[in-house]
Design a protein around this ligand. Structure first.
Ligand code: COI
Length: 353
């Protein structure tokens, strides 16, 4: 399919690229493609970024049939545009699509469309340390209908946001509240997908955690509320007595691409790493025994985020004296080095535009 390109005639003023907030500014163009039952995906186009016209009855507004992705583009010192593992994002988008009864996309086509969009908006890629062009592909159900069923029509869009760090703390450790009342998802639901509903249901707990002085919530499993799952904006890793542990993918945890990359790096370095079920009690026991050595989150937006404090019920666990740990720092340096091109990409993760 040929992608038509309509360039903006009124380019926007770019924001000051120093101290960019996350996800607040958007580049000049966006990619759009439509779907209709019987016709498939059609009319791929790059057009000026702007509002969508949708009927108030569009199904996405009522039953939240929608999915999204998040990935990043960086510009290396020699001016090359670098995408971090973009095929993995569109493969995961198809996993989410299957669960939400949304038609699949052609992964190679999507990466090609993304390359064209990012090339057109390459001047929007920030070069400041810690900043990048955050890319948000998403699909929404557009049928004008109030019954509950899969939509027959959809829109797929990609928008781009020059962004700074997701957590203002940067590499300063964040404080996380272990949620013991609400759950994010349950077995058999949509926890492993990137769909808005997972995030909508997490907001209330996050508000309460903020009020208590914590930046994020750590979710426990939705059955017994005993086992650690994820943070919502990131997957979670613990270093306990020399071994790095992260909750295994059990259907209710997002299969993060930074999570996957971290595990691959740790294995390459010969650091013991396991994906298994881990209870919050086991973490607390390790803490009390002086064996909880590091804790960090991984995510596209968050990259690698050290955790300095975990609060579980009345227990406050201060980790590594609230300092970033050695493994956390090494994973951060390596992943950001590969993303920005200051370290060799031995795993062939980067796709150059
Ligand atoms: C990402 O890390 O890309 C996400 O989609 C998480 C979101 C909370 C920003």
């Amino acid at each position: 399919m040929n992608i038509s390109i309509t360039k903006t005639t009124t380019p926007k003023a770019k924001p000051t690229m120093d101290n960019l907030p996350f996800g607040k500014y958007f580049s000049d163009h966006m990619f759009v493609m439509d779907y209709a039952e019987g016709k498939g995906w059609y009319d791929p186009r790059i057009v000026p970024y702007g509002p969508l016209e949708l009927e108030p009855s569009a199904m996405v507004f009522h039953y939240a049939q929608e999915i999204f992705e998040g990935l990043k583009a960086y510009k290396s010192k020699d001016g090359h545009v670098r995408l971090f593992r973009p095929y993995k994002n569109f493969e995961r988008m198809n996993v989410s699509a299957e669960r939400l009864a949304i038609p699949a996309l052609d992964v190679d086509f999507c990466v090609d469309a993304l390359k064209q969009l990012v090339e057109l908006d390459r001047d929007w890629i920030p070069e400041q340390e810690g900043a990048s062009l955050y890319i948000r592909p998403f699909i929404i159900a557009t049928d004008e209908y109030l019954g509950v069923r899969p939509s027959d029509t959809y829109k797929f869009l990609i928008i781009c946001s020059p962004s700074g760090l997701y957590y203002p703390e940067g590499l300063d450790p964040v404080k996380i509240y272990v949620e013991d009342k609400y759950v994010r998802t349950v077995r058999g639901a949509t926890g492993f997908t990137k769909t808005g509903g997972n995030y909508a249901s997490s907001i209330k707990a996050q508000v309460i955690a903020h009020e208590r002085g914590y930046s994020q919530v750590l979710w426990l499993d939705g059955v017994e509320q005993k086992y650690v799952e994820e943070v919502g904006s990131m997957n979670i890793f613990f270093k306990i007595d020399g071994e790095v542990v992260t909750p295994m993918l059990n259907g209710s945890i997002l299969s993060g691409i930074t999570r996957m990359s971290t595990i691959e790096l740790l294995k390459k370095w010969g650091v013991p790493v396991s994906e298994r079920r881990i209870s919050i009690q086991e973490i607390f026991d390790a803490y009390q025994a002086g064996k909880l050595e590091e804790c960090f989150g991984t995510g596209t937006a968050a990259i690698i985020s050290p955790v300095g404090e975990l609060r579980w019920e009345d227990h406050v666990m201060t980790i590594n004296d609230n300092q970033i740990g050695e493994i956390t720092q090494r994973v951060f340096d390596t992943i950001t080095g590969i993303q920005t091109g200051t370290m060799p990409d031995e795993m062939n993760w980067v796709v150059t535009v």
